[in-house]
Design a protein around this ligand. Sequence first.
Ligand code: F6P
Length: 358
Amino acid sequence: MRIGVLNSGGDCPGLNAVINGVVGAADKLGWEVLGFRDGFEGLLPDGGDYMTLTPDETVAAASLGGTILGTTNKGNFAAKVGEGDVARIPSEIMDKAKENLKKLNVGGLVVIGGDGSLTTALQMSEEGFNIVGVPKTIDNDLQATSMTFGFDSAVSSVVEALDRLHTTAQSHKRVMVLEVMGRHAGWIALWGAIGGGANVVLIPEIDTCIQKVADFIKYREAAGKRSSLVVVAEGAKLQDGKIVTRCEGEASEVSLGGAGDLVARELVRLTDKDVRACTLGHLQRGGSPTALDRVLSARFGVQAVKLIEQKRFGRMVSYQSSEVGSVPIGDAVHQLRLVNPDGEVVQTARALGICLGD
Ligand code: F6P
């Protein structure tokens, strides 16, 4: 038996650990694993573009960030175009990939991806490909899994950044604004703000009034707290309910960015404070996965092989109530898992005295 594995879309700490989980579990069954390069694109050249993966190589890579297979969020297999629009993958592309997998005798394909890549995986599964999915995104916004790997690593980098910003903010009695990733979900911002002791967090799920943030900072100042840390999710709705975008770009989704700078400018206008903005950007995606992400990734990879062994194709590995199981891929895509504005995590932030800008 031979199986394939590929990762697609943006990279994410823990990808190599998932690949290692797949290779380890397959090796126990006596199966060979082909790792396709650069996402689905590796399925297209004549004979496929792949490397044969062995536990010796993948064990060494499991603790590293990035992906030994390379990845892309562009190319021939983009099924998700823009926010929420779905395009059919051209039939000649599907046929070529199918032909290659058949020639290579690949009996099952593990697709590690976020919403966009799993939308592609769903189409391929509907076209008869033997696919199982593994949920990947630092944004933690996929339905049908309560956690994705990479999220904990991203939050850890936010917490570390806030620890650093605290000291410089205190020294200069400044307001420091930190913009973090997460697209339309506020998970990274909210968890980062709680973990890193921020004073304000602005998330897409809660309508923000910048005047209220300014008033809160002034109130802190009056109480002798002369520095403040403000975390802004890149997808926060700041301009009459609109998000701030950087450019349309070539990627399947609009590139977000600039929310932190906008908040900083407004706070300069509305307070008499010295304000600086900092964008954490791709530092949240690079580097080694945390211990939690390494373990979760290993469990996801092993579970993916179990699904192939049981011939339960068209399913995605899922984490629910501390257990790794699976759900149909269709249950996981096309709808985002957002922060509940009235939920327990938001209430925790409020109880800690964090202002949510509302
Ligand atoms: O979806 C993961 C993510 O890191 C988002 O949080 C962010 O908006 C986006 O990808 C950045 O994508 P790119 O690497 O294409 O700039």
